[in-house]
Design a protein around this ligand. Sequence first.
Ligand code: ADP
Ligand code: MG
Length: 459
Amino acid sequence: MINLEKEFDSIKNTVKKEFELTDIAYNIWIAPLKYVSFENNVVTIMVPDEHSQILDHISKKYKVYFQSVISELLDNIVNINFVVQQEETKEENQSMPVQSQRDDDYFKAANLNKKYSFENFVVGSNNDMAQRACLAVADCVCNGNSNDEGINPLFIYGGSGLGKTHLMNSIGHYIVKNKPNKKVLYVSSEEFTNEVIESIRGGNSTVSHMTKLREKYRNIDVLLIDDIQFIIGKNSTQEEFFHTFNTLYEAGKTIVISSDKHPKEMVTLDERFRSRFQMGLITDIQPPVYETRMAILQKYVENLGRPINNDILMYIAENIKSNVRELEGAVNKVIAIGRLNPSTEMTLETAKDALKDTIFPDSNTIITPGNILDAVAEYFHIKTEDIISKKRSQDLVLPRHIFMYLCREMTDTTLKGIAIILERDHSTVKHGVDKIGDEMRTNQELKDTVEIIRKKISK
Ligand code: ADP
Ligand code: MG
């Protein structure tokens, strides 16, 4: 009888080889898996706690791999079951108070906000790519080999209040918890700017303040720099950041950057930065859909430990759509008003009253082809009339196709309607719409462009 527990490392290696997994994928997803049991023809495999939120993903992706390798090994078809490591099965090697004091020191040194972690980040279709990329970066810092080419830099962009700061802190949180010897530093762009200004003002003492600042940044393993848009255009800060970026990057250190916009959309961004920001991975966070908004609210309320009726949460989720911070703010308002009348249960009516300044039930702004025209023209720095003109010049083709595509996607306008706007025939419009749709599947650059314009329109 083959002992699966003993063979498990070699099983993992076979999975890697047979399914041609990269070192990174292997180290992040496969290496941490542990064998649990083999009963009733089911092999149970344990996923580490940190990956609990993506159990589904791991399951979907790797189940068949393990099934085929193990079935072949045992010459018998087996089933695979992934479970998450339970708290009590984890080794408890440190007494809690010492551990948590030590953790606090690390969080402080890394300038991290301890309350943000992957565990309390709700994943939805709007942010799953970003969450996965962040987790991959964090895991690669903790478990990667030196010859792994991790994601570097990771660039996260998205509107205000959508979780960028939360995710960046989660990366730091994860590393501090798992590899406390790695030096992490989270810094907001304002803090960085202030430090540069201070150093310049410090003048020429024996060891110049600037040298100190550079040393501080040169000695870290992971730099998390938030809201980079604030640095752009501030000359000496920008130069200093450029220097820091290059030093860290060349030394193979990990850099994560957040911004409110895609590098392409940051008009005053220096070309040097643009190309560097695009060397790694760029990922966005979109506003959450209704279900995700509800899940975020429920988690938030759960953590506060104050029950709020679901119909109130639903009312908030229906009416606040584009900013998670505002979702939380609305809950806080409801709680505050509730405190005025602690004896009575908060009803939807009182909540509505408490929120009447916050929620102007969306005045159903309808997106028109006109809005789309404006946004496309603005993005490409061309005139709206050129898009709808008969001009055949090459640089108008793409904007026109994107216009057609977004009209179909974002408005009720029929192909015929779009054809009338553009004074072209129906088949030309259909061709344009299909072309963009098809190309977006393989052309990331085009996809980014369309997303940026779509976001402009939705605002
Ligand atoms: P940003 O930096 O993009 O402006 P933040 O990270 O500061 O946004 O997020 C604003 C608030 O919303 C924070 O309190 C954060 O914890 C919360 N938040 C955002 N996205 C999520 C999410 N997916 N799950 C849980 N909380 C979230
Ligand atoms: Mg932020």
